[in-house]
Write a protein that binds this ligand. Structure first.
Ligand code: ADP
Length: 500
């Protein structure tokens, strides 16, 4: 197994190498095609053109010579002869000479071309001679000059032009053949080149895609596994561990992740056992405190009964304070015991919240009636959780919503739910006295109250109960509130609740 850097280098390296190979193959094949094209452009086509020109100039010159003998003096013929012999044919010879210079001397085309150039030179001289002989009008009268010219035309010029014509025809045939062959070869090369490009391009793309796919998969898969691990642990599944094989950085990250999960689950277990110890302690302490409290309470009652009328005002008042404080202490100790016992039921069940709220409404019916509360309970979902605790949670929040009201105000309380993929979300909204921002967190602490017992009854443990219950359900609770406008308590319960 390689590390991520090496994997990426290999992926890019393979792609680039394959592309380079394709380019090399392409340039090899296109070089061959270029060579053939070059031969056609530089040698074959110019040769064919030059040979065509030879044929047409020579034919023209021969005809001009014939006409010169049979026709009377014509300046037009003489001028055309001059142009051909002094400009066009010498220029053609020069071009032929330059072309032939590029041929190999063993090449039969070399000697044939050289011959054409030589004979053409001679033919030019002979034609010019013939024109010189027949220079003036008077010369025409002289039969002797005509005879010389005619024999020059017949013996030399005609033969030379004939020979040139033969040579040109033979060469033309050769070059045309060669042209055909080379063009066929060129088109074959081009087809091959096309095939090579398509084939090697396809192979290159496939290889690159395969390498890229494997590289991406080898990076993305471990990330997905780690993501799932983080999700499971954040949902409270502390025993979840990721399984990654290999030695790259992501696998190392997987090992570190598992080590972190180990220490997290150890800490969680430790905290859990400490919590249980503490709850046990609170339970035992509150349980044991009840006994002396009961004794104080019954003895103060006895005192009140037996010494009724014998004590002065201060004595009676003190006795009254003692019994009041004792009963308050008894409430507090009982609340404390309830708090420590919360969560002792270990098994969750499916709870129909509509039904649960009917029960809560029933328990609170007296208070609802007394306070003339408008209690609105919307449609609620089915959740899994600890039934008694959840009932207590709704009851505490609705009870507070009705209780913390300004005098003379008719309470309006609404229970509702909100959609969320991970949690069940609930809200309990009231139109009560509200809570100042600086107290909105503190009120969830045990025995924290913002008012005197005289203003609003209570021990200050209700919201601590609520916090504990939502935490037992893998959720959270908070309040949004404005003084004198009302409060909304929001709480969540995990949809995937893990037992224990
Ligand atoms: P208790 O109701 O016994 O006082 P709680 O723990 O239920 O104790 O509440 C703590 C404090 O939070 C209350 O004393 C009160 O000041 C504040 N509180 C709770 N609910 C509300 C509410 N709906 N509106 C205004 N204040 C509230």
């Amino acid at each position: 197994m390689r590390n991520i850097k090496t994997k990426l280098i290999i992926a890019f390296g393979t792609t680039i190498t394959v592309l380079l190979l394709v380019m090399v193959l392409k340039s090899l094949y296109s070089k061959k095609a270029e060579k053939i094209q070059n031969e056609i452009d530089v040698r074959i086509e110019p040769a064919i053109e030059i040979l065509d020109a030879y044929r047409s100039y020579n034919n023209e010159l021969y005809l001009i010579s014939l006409n010169k003998i049979s026709t009377a003096k014509s300046d037009k013929l003489t001028n055309r002869m001059k142009i051909i012999t002094e400009v066009e044919l010498p220029h053609l010879n020069k071009m032929a000479f330059d072309l032939v210079a590029t041929f190999h001397t063993d090449n039969p085309e070399f000697s044939a071309f050289s011959k054409i150039i030589g004979i053409t030179d001679n033919a030019i001289i002979n034609v010019k001679d013939m024109f010189i002989i027949l220079q003036t009008k008077n010369d025409y009268a002289k039969i002797e000059k005509l005879t010389v010219s005619s024999s020059l035309l017949r013996d030399k010029i005609a033969l030379q032009f004939n020979e040139i014509d033969h040579l040109v025809s033979a060469l033309q045939f050769d070059f045309n053949q060669e042209n055909k062959i080379k063009r066929a070869e060129l088109s074959k090369q081009l087809v091959n080149l096309n095939k090579i490009i398509i084939l090697s391009g396809t192979v290159a793309i496939l290889i690159s895609l395969l390498v890229a796919y494997r590289t991406i998969r080898s990076i993305v898969n471990p990330i997905k596994i780690l993501q799932e691990g983080a999700k499971r642990i954040s949902e409270g599944d502390y025993n979840y561990r990721v399984a990654l094989n290999g030695k790259d950085e992501l696998n190392e990250l997987g090992d570190t992740f598992n080590t972190m999960a180990d220490s997290l689950s150890n800490s969680f277990e430790h905290i859990n056992s400490k919590n249980k110890e503490l709850e046990q302690f609170v339970y035992i302490a509150s349980h044991d405190l009840q006994e002396p409290l009961r004794t104080i309470s019954s003895f103060s009652q006895l005192l009140d009964k037996q010494y009724n009328g014998q004590l002065d005002e201060t004595g009676n008042q003190s006795l009254h304070f003692i019994s009041q404080a004792t009963s308050r202490m008894q409430y507090l100790v009982k609340d404390l015991m309830d708090y420590s016992r919360l969560g002792s039921d270990k098994y969750t069940e499916l709870i129909d919240c509509d039904e649960l709220l009917l029960g809560v409404q029933n328990d609170l019916s007296e208070l609802v009636k007394d306070t003339k509360t408008n209690l609105v309970i919307n449609k609620l979902p089915e959740v899994s959780g600890y039934k008694t605790s959840l009932g207590l949670l709704f009851q505490n929040l609705i009870n507070n919503a009705m209780k913390f009201q300004n005098p003379g105000v008719k309470p309006t309380v609404e229970v509702f739910m909100m959609e969320d993929p991970v949690f069940w979300k609930f809200g309990i909204k009231d139109n009560g006295i509200g809570i100042a921002p600086q107290h909105q967190e503190k009120i969830f602490s045990i025995f924290k109250r913002l008012h005197t017992k005289k203003a609003y009854e209570g021990t200050g443990i209700g919201l601590a109960h609520c916090l504990k219950i939502v935490e037992m359900h893998g959720g959270s609770i908070h309040v949004e509130s404005e003084i004198n406008k009302g409060s909304t308590f929001y709480f969540t319960l995990a949809k995937k609740l893990l037992d224990g």
